[in-house]
Design a protein around this ligand. Structure first.
Ligand code: ADP
Length: 545
């Protein structure tokens, strides 16, 4: 027997429609190339998103067409999220930090027809324009061409405001199958060629509803969100949709993600919740330390994800600045939030040290994402907090294939679980600890050493600004860890780092050597780029081998 409930499809447009109707006066504040601080309301945003929808339809954008963006977080980018998806087009957010040949690969692979760019990316796009085979029209996210350095280098470039002006701010959002694609994000290629993850209206709304739970992220209309995580990094972790659904105020930082700019925005706009990768927080915390700033007026919670949050960072936020940390894990393929670091019942009473033990893990499960770990033979391993194995996930907003490679069979096991590529432990309470990406674990004498745990331990040493660990070939043990350090000022004594580490990790995990560098390479989404680091040290061998 079928239930007798309305079959209303889950549509992205319904979120902004709701925000405009019931939170119409709530602000979206953003920094753009042509506005120091632009302010408007959900009501106005909705009107402009509809103008854009009408303009795109007039131009000839059809359902299923890919509309690409190369832009920082701001109000116009926000309007594209809703205006393009609302008419059944697919918003393809491209990461401008990628190398030009990766940009070409991704946009051609996606078959993007229209491209929206921030003025600052015009020279970059001009340099690859003749290789972008599917793009028919480029718009620049500004009022005029004045912000573009050399507009003649991109013939036919039209300002966004010119595109939407004169179009009606009402469009009667179409209602269609909720399984229709709405967004496309390529994983940044830390594991080979970038792969396209194609979200649907349904998966996006389900993800938004789930992460809205108080234990996961949870946002209220009384909150002010500043997503430092870019809208091109797994849809800003879904936070833009969540804030809109909740009717929260949003603050979009544009391109200025340095410590001082963020600090000022947090303070001036009354931000209560923010989200970003550890590298961003390193800059903010560093700037605050240098400038003698302690605490914030309104900021209550920082969401950290995308890479492991070092314990020292969690301690600095919570103990020094009074900001609660939610350390979460996820993947582009998962829409992307997969775990939450918010404490569970009874844990508020634990000593702070113990709370930080939990917060230093990758968080715990919640309804909507199933996790399991399995050995290389595919056999499931116990959730006992000890056994470590390949991590698999399953759920209604997890990718079932990649764009243009729908079978993608090697990414899934025989029962349809998605292979994350991470190696983890899982405990009976659902707390998950990533020990490594499967290709980054260091295999020493048949045992595994976790590069992530070593890195995080090293980051606590006062002389260490950033740390990365890679496996180096060893004639006896197969591989042994090399610790690569960016020093915080003068390089610390190797012996002092090793002594510090020996209190935190097993003796046989201690790195065989330490190398000091000025910079550690990062991927376009702020993760340590192990592939490049390994290349950098490909000629290296340990002193006593
Ligand atoms: P990519 O960088 O490959 O494009 P994503 O941005 O989707 O892909 O990153 C997903 C990966 O990032 C995860 O599989 C995991 O290895 C890593 N990751 C994300 N969050 C965390 C975290 N909190 N701790 C450790 N690793 C994390």
């Amino acid at each position: 027997m079928k239930g007798l409930m309305m079959d209303r499809p889950l549509m992205i447009s319904s979120i902004i429609e709701h925000a405009a109707l019931y939170h119409g006066d709530v602000e979206i504040v953003s920094r753009t190339a042509d506005h120091k601080l632009h302010r408007y309301t959900y009501r106005e945003a909705h009107g402009r998103a509809q103008q854009l929808a009408n303009a795109l339809t007039d131009w000839g954008v059809k359902p299923g067409d890919r509309v690409a963006t190369l832009a920082w977080n701001d109000f116009r980018h926000y309007e594209i999220y809703f205006g393009a998806a609302g008419i059944g087009a697919v918003v393809h957010t491209v990461n401008p930090r990628l190398f030009p040949d990766q940009l070409v690969y991704i946009m051609n692979h996606a078959g993007d027809r229209v491209l929206f760019i921030d003025p600052m990316f015009a020279p970059l796009v001009a340099s690859i324009r003749d290789q972008l085979t599917s793009i028919e029209q480029i718009y620049v996210l500004s009022g005029t061409l004045d912000e573009v350095e050399d507009p003649d280098a991109l013939p036919g470039l039209i300002p966004y405001e010119e595109l939407i002006s004169g179009h009606s701010p009402e469009c009667d959002w179409p209602v269609f199958d909720e399984n229709t694609a709405c967004g496309l994000c390529y994983t940044s290629g830390t594991t080979g060629n970038p792969k396209g993850v194609l979200y649907s209206h349904r998966s996006t709304l389900l993800h938004t509803l789930v992460v809205g739970q108080k234990d996961v992220i949870g946002l209220s209309s009384r909150d002010t969100l500043l997503p430092v995580v870019p809208m091109f990094h797994a849809n800003a972790w879904g936070l833009v949709y969540l804030a809109t659904m909740a009717g929260a105020k949003q603050v979009m930082p544009g391109k200025n993600l340095d410590g001082e700019s963020l600090y000022r925005l947090f303070e001036d706009e009354g931000v209560t919740l923010t989200a970003g990768v550890p590298t961003v927080w390193m800059l903010l915390l560093g700037w605050m330390k240098e400038n003698g700033k302690k605490g914030f007026s309104t900021l209550k919670e920082a969401l950290i994800g995308g890479a492991a949050a070092p314990r020292a960072m969690i301690e600095a936020f919570e103990n020094v600045h009074g900001v609660s940390v939610c350390h979460a894990w996820g993947m582009t393929e998962m829409s992307p939030v997969g775990t939450t670091g918010n404490l569970k019942r009874g844990m508020d009473d634990l000593p702070v040290e113990k709370q930080h033990d939990f917060k230093s893990t990758q968080g715990h499960t919640f309804w909507g994402v199933d996790l399991k770990i399995a050995g290389d033979d595919g056999k499931e391993l116990p959730r006992d907090g000890e056994a470590s194995g390949n991590l698999y996930v399953r759920g209604p907003y997890i990718a079932s294939g990649y764009f243009g490679d729908e079978d993608s069979s090697d990414a899934f096991d025989a029962d349809g679980w998605f292979r994350t590529g991470d190696v983890a432990t899982l405990d009976p309470g659902g707390w998950m600890k990533i020990t490594d990406r499967s290709k980054d674990v260091i295999k020493s004498g048949g045992e595994w050493i976790s590069s992530i745990q070593l890195e995080n331990a090293a980051m606590g040493h006062p002389g260490v600004k950033e740390a990365a660990v890679i496996g180096i070939h060893h004639p006896k043990w197969d591989e042994r860890p090399l610790l690569v350090i960016v020093p915080d000022g003068e390089a610390p004594e190797k012996a002092s780092v090793l002594e510090y580490l020996s209190e935190k990790v097993a003796k046989w995990w201690l790195p065989d050597d330490i190398a000091f560098v000025e910079e550690i390479p990062h991927t376009a989404t702020g993760k340590i780029q192990k592939i490049r680091l390994r290349e950098q040290f490909s000629d290296y061998s340990f002193p006593n081998t």
